[in-house]
Design a protein around this ligand. Structure first.
Ligand SMILES: [Zn+2]
Length: 333
């Protein structure tokens, strides 16, 4: 399985203290939850958050993750920390640092520089942009130019909520086929690129249905940071699709899962043994909650998960260290 949009830094967010004010809409959810969390992250938190997220991904049969990262107080080197943590577990990554002007021109410059540093050093990834609505036109143009120069796409949230409804207009002249467009719920036109659909996140943020089946783009599935259980996400994507169209088939959603291999062709050769004998059937999976990976073997023949446990790292040690970092993080919040 490939998770085509994740935020591994949110692995430690579960159980975080309540925000000072109850968020009532999308922008307030960002302000009260995610923008307080991301600014509190340091290198150790990023490392153990990524490693726990990678272990939990493997336990869901997910061996490849397209991640979108932001840690404004710890930008330089952050992508390498995530890459190393996931590689240690045996999970492939395609990483991007989400550039934004929320922390001024220096913040966006450092974000761009981190993308460039990581990619020029041979890291696998894209140039990340948080979203058009938190960036100036100059920053968007700089990110697009850097990505074109490096021969990669731009990984960006697009029109997730009404606050970003003019993203289509702002990105129209910049977007290319290799861009990774996340959400596109309020996108008022077609843009070139792959669209990452995250049904559970969209429901959780109450932003409405993205109607991915109506788009001409290649569609892939992501979790937007809520784990990496792609069969679960596919089940949710199917139910959301079916709610709109009673004639819809789970095969449509199965194709979205399959499209994820475009960014990780070698992941297709990984082998997962599931705890349910018909996990290769879209119709079975759509109506079978709780399907989990028992064994995972990489394309190179290495066993990465045995009897539900990671082989390269001690899961108890990862959980203990992650819990320790979560405690530090919550204290800052
Ligand atoms: Zn996201």
């Amino acid at each position: 399985m490939v998770c085509s949009h994740h935020h591994l830094y949110s692995t430690l967010a579960r159980g975080m203290p309540s925000p000072p004010r109850q968020p009532t809409k999308f922008l307030e959810i960002l302000e009260q939850i995610w923008w307080r969390l991301d600014v509190a992250l340091d290198a150790e938190m990023i490392r153990w958050s990524a490693m726990l997220g990678a272990v939990e991904a493997l336990q869901c049969g997910t061996t490849a993750i397209v991640d979108h990262h932001e840690s404004p107080s710890c930008i330089e080197g952050s992508l390498s920390i995530i890459a190393d943590a996931c590689a240690e577990v045996g999970v492939r990554t395609n990483l991007a640092y989400g550039v934004t002007d929320r922390h001024g021109a220096d913040g966006s410059r450092r974000g761009l520089a981190e993308n460039e540093r990581f990619l020029r050093a041979g890291g696998r990834g894209m140039v990340g942009v948080h979203a058009a609505f938190t960036c100036s036109d100059d920053t968007l143009a700089s990110a697009a130019a850097l990505a074109a120069d490096l021969g990669v796409g731009v990984h960006i949230h697009v029109a997730e909520a009404p606050d970003d409804a003019d993203a289509g207009d702002r990105l129209h002249a910049l977007a290319r086929d290799d861009w990774h467009l996340v959400h596109c719920v309020y996108l008022d036109r077609e843009l070139p690129g792959t669209i990452a659909h995250n049904p559970r996140s969209n429901m959780n943020n109450s932003v409405g249905y993205a109607r991915p089946a109506a788009r001409p783009n290649r569609i892939v599935l992501g979790t937007d940071g809520i784990g990496a259980d792609m069969l679960e996400e596919a089940r949710l994507a199917y139910m959301r699709l079916r709610e709109e169209d009673v004639l819809a088939s789970p095969d449509t959603v199965w194709q979205w899962l399959d499209n994820g291999y475009a960014l990780f062709p070698e992941a297709r050769a990984d082998r997962v043994t599931w705890n349910y004998p018909h996990a290769d059937s879209a119709w079975h999976v759509a109506f079978t909650p709780g399907v989990r990976a028992v064994h995972v073997e990489s394309d190179a023949g290495e066993v990465l998960l045995r009897d539900g446990l990671p082989t390269r790292v001690d899961i108890a040690e990862v959980q203990t260290n992650a819990a320790e970092q979560a405690k530090r993080l919550f204290a800052r919040l």
